[in-house]
Write a protein that binds this ligand. Structure first.
Ligand code: TEU
Ligand code: CA
Length: 545
């Protein structure tokens, strides 16, 4: 192993393949498109790419419903295209993390086709099958995140099967060791191909309660619906004690990690959305150095961009998970784009976009960026007839779904699809996105894109930032103050998240040896022991002694 710890403090850029770059005019992004655009990602100064699914799939959930784990969907290209992309990424110094969606398969996966064919075939027990109650209703009260019961009746087996997501995404039965073995085989396939790591989709959904106990109603210790389900979804009214997050998962994660350890420098980051119990689950999954390398939390994916919220999330993680690494993100392909969540009006969009990445790049942990956030793209506004996300279609208009953050990357300000495709793009490219396309921002040294590059370069230049310690100082609701320290060196960070100027007095006994200019923020200054900040401003200084 040459660099087994590369993931600690890494900056990971999430690519949503459907919407990155189309090369054959079918309006859908593809692997050759990603290869062509790798220089854009490398120029940002990130360490790795997380690729959302590109595997063979009927695309009922945009590829999060896999029918062949060991092949590329023709829509995205071929295995040879994947190899080319991987080699080119490595040549540019970028690692590749792929998305393993193994909690469930597509109902078109051969395993499920066989499993559903009878009650006594070789794979009969590979999925979660259960008899109806005597009155014919579902085995228990579990609900699907995408709406309705988590059970679907199968007329051939005359039994119900479990699906935490769509009916066409049946849950694998991880209690069956053969299933674990088969899943690990698919992981081995990609390890052999040379990928650097895995993002484990819904990692806390692998195991369900074997006794199929009913979930209780939402109770004490629950945070409410959370991001797992918007308020309009009855899923949010239950406490999910039994349909996910069962203790048996620990054993499986150890097997998974042991497999990764057979190879050099590989990593696993698990997506853990577990409502109010999230920190406990995170701690269980990342501690000990023998399970996941990192957990991906939902904490910063909500509407709150206040100092108190960020301090609460980061410090409670540090207190509860003393022995484990986290990956933070403000945006991904499942949530509204963060500038839209955080701004009060359009005039502050760029400023908030810049401030947010400066904050994210300074907290302890690895970070995930989502394609387009480096342009401060706002959420796209779509009409019902344009939607493709089954979750959005189901709950429209109370919840508009996830397509508003999935529209294609605007590369150029001209053309119908902003350089994304020569054909009709699968989702429209809004005019407001084209106006702030990559080519426009490339030409502007004051752009958000330029700010991302400078900020990530600053992070790279200061080792305190990727794995240094982090200590919060007393603060009010709108001002975030912390130090990052490593090997005797210490940096002080002050972020003013208020829409008005603020000053803070340096903590007693602290002196600043040197004010470092944090990219993009040259108004903040040190004056007679006070740090004076403008609205939405940031300061960084080297602490002496
Ligand atoms: O998402 C897991 C998850 O918990 C979702 O419910 C997520 O919170 C929701 O989409 C937010 O609105 C993962 C993938 O990221 C998502 O795209 C998939 O649809 C889902 O798993 C099923 O595989
Ligand atoms: Ca294409």
């Amino acid at each position: 192993k040459t660099n087994p710890d590369w993931w600690r403090g890494a900056v990971i850029y999430q690519v949503y393949p459907r919407s990155f770059q189309d090369t054959n005019g079918d309006g859908i992004g593809d692997l050759p498109g990603i290869t062509a655009r790798l220089p854009h990602i490398a120029d940002l100064g990130v360490d790795a790419i997380w690729l959302s699914p590109f595997f063979t799939s009927p695309m009922a959930d945009m590829g999060y419903d896999v029918s062949d784990y060991c092949d590329v969907d023709p829509m995205f290209g071929t295995l040879a295209d994947f190899d080319t992309m991987l080699a080119e990424a490595h040549r540019l110094g970028l690692k590749i993390i792929i998305d393993q969606v193994i909690s469930h398969t597509s109902d078109q996966h051969p395993w499920f086709k066989e499993s559903r064919a009878s009650r006594n075939n070789a794979r009969a027990d590979w999925y979660v099958w259960a008899d109806a109650k005597p009155d014919g209703t579902a085995p228990n009260n579990w609900l699907s995140i995408f709406g309705g019961p988590a059970w679907e009746w199968d007329g051939v087996r005359r039994q119900y099967y479990l699906h935490n997501f769509l009916g066409s995404q049946p849950d694998l039965n991880f209690h069956n060791p053969d299933v674990q073995e088969a899943v690990l085989d698919t992981v081995r396939f990609w390890l052999e191909r040379g990928v650097d790591g895995f993002r484990l989709d819904t990692v806390n959904y692998y195991f369900h309660d074997k006794e199929l106990r009913d979930n209780p109603p939402l109770g004490l210790g629950d945070d409410g619906p959370g991001l797992d389900a918007p308020d309009v979804n009855p899923y949010g009214m239950q406490s999910h004690l039994y349909d996910k997050t069962q203790p048996e998962n620990i054993g499986f994660l150890k097997r998974f990690r042991a497999l990764l350890e057979d190879y050099d420098d590989r990593t696993a980051v698990g997506e853990v959305g577990d409502g109010g119990r999230s920190l406990k689950t995170l701690a269980a999954y990342v501690s000990g150095g023998d399970k996941l390398h990192m957990c991906y939390t939902f904490d910063l994916l909500g509407p709150d961009f206040t100092a108190s919220h960020i301090k609460h999330c980061v410090s409670s993680f540090q207190e509860s998970v003393t022995d484990g690494w986290v990956c933070w993100a403000f945006s991904n392909h499942d949530v509204q784009r963060h500038v839209t969540r955080f701004i009060q009006n359009e005039s502050e969009r760029e400023r908030i976009g810049k401030l947010a990445i400066s904050v994210l790049a300074s907290v302890r942990g690895s970070i995930c960026l989502y394609q387009g956030e480096e342009l401060a793209l706002p959420e796209a506004e779509l009409e019902l007839h344009e939607l493709r996300d089954p979750y959005g279609i189901r709950f429209w208009p109370a919840f508009k779904g996830r397509d508003g953050c999935r529209t294609p990357m605007p590369w150029e300000h001209e053309g119908q699809s902003g350089g994304f495709s020569t054909g009709q793009p699968w989702l429209p490219v809004p005019d407001v996105h084209k106006a702030i396309a990559v080519d426009v921002q490339d030409a502007d040294p004051g752009s958000v894109l330029a700010h991302y590059r400078a900020t990530l370069a600053f992070r790279k230049a200061h080792a305190e930032l990727f794995d240094g310690g982090m200590t919060f100082l007393d603060t009010n609701q709108d001002i975030l103050i912390f130090t990052r320290e490593k090997a005797g060196a210490k940096l002080l960070f002050v972020f003013n998240l208020r829409r008005g100027p603020q000053s803070v007095t340096l903590p007693k006994g602290m002196t600043i040896a040197e004010a470092l200019s944090l990219p993009g923020f040259d108004t903040a200054r040190l004056e007679n022991g006070e740090i004076v900040l403008e609205a939405l401003d940031a300061f960084c200084g080297r602490v002496s002694g």
